[in-house]
Design a protein around this ligand. Structure first.
Ligand SMILES: CC(C)(COP(=O)(O)OP(=O)(O)OC[C@H]1O[C@@H](n2cnc3c(N)ncnc32)[C@H](O)[C@@H]1OP(=O)(O)O)[C@@H](O)C(=O)NCCC(=O)NCCS
Length: 145
């Protein structure tokens, strides 16, 4: 896409992210995003990005790098969330965001990237499949209480 700039996410991208999230999910979650962006540590902010076209943020990707939590080594990268404004989907924005994130993770020693996707979220599943992701060797367990 012409004029596309992939740059690190900043705290003042909050309103744009809230707006994209609302368009995607149909509900406004300002408090959620405010807390989430505030809680991002140095590692996560190094690898979280936005896609900007002519000053407008049209998509974002939140990444992270794990320490030894969950028993995985620190060469593991995570994709926490990805979102693209519905009016600008299918133009390669998510591809550009994830490729840049992958390059940044690779440059700091990450060799495996994990992400969690709901099994019925077909758009995201197809997107990650298109990016080369396959089923990993961890399974998620849950207990309803
Ligand atoms: C999934 C998502 C990130 C894709 O963004 P995008 O910018 O449209 O993706 P791209 O244009 O880079 O697509 C790359 C490839 O992924 C696949 N893909 C993307 N969207 C798809 C869809 N809706 N259905 C099927 N395949 C899809 C295609 O293979 C596509 O390649 P192609 O265009 O050559 O067919 C976007 O649809 C989105 O934000 N969905 C909502 C995700 C969400 O719930 N996030 C949390 C709240 S914000």
């Amino acid at each position: 896409m012409e004029y596309l700039k992939i740059r690190p996410l900043r705290i003042d991208d909050l309103e744009a992210i809230v707006a994209i999230d609302e368009k995607v999910l149909g509900e406004k979650r300002r408090d959620y995003w405010e807390k989430k962006l505030q809680m991002m540590d140095d590692k996560a902010s190094q690898v979280s990005l936005v896609a900007e076209v002519q000053g407008n943020v049209l998509g974002f990707i939140l990444g992270d790098i794990s320490g030894w939590e969950f028993g995985v080594p620190d060469t593991i990268g995570w994709i926490d969330t990805i979102g693209v404004d519905p009016a600008h989907q299918k133009k390669g924005l998510a591809t550009a965001l994830s490729q840049e994130l992958i390059q940044r993770l690779k440059a700091i020693g990450v060799r495996t990237i994990y992400t969690l996707v709901s099994w019925d979220d077909w758009d995201l599943l197809q997107f990650f499949h298109a990016m080369g992701f396959t089923r990993g060797d961890m399974i998620n367990l849950e207990l309803k209480i």
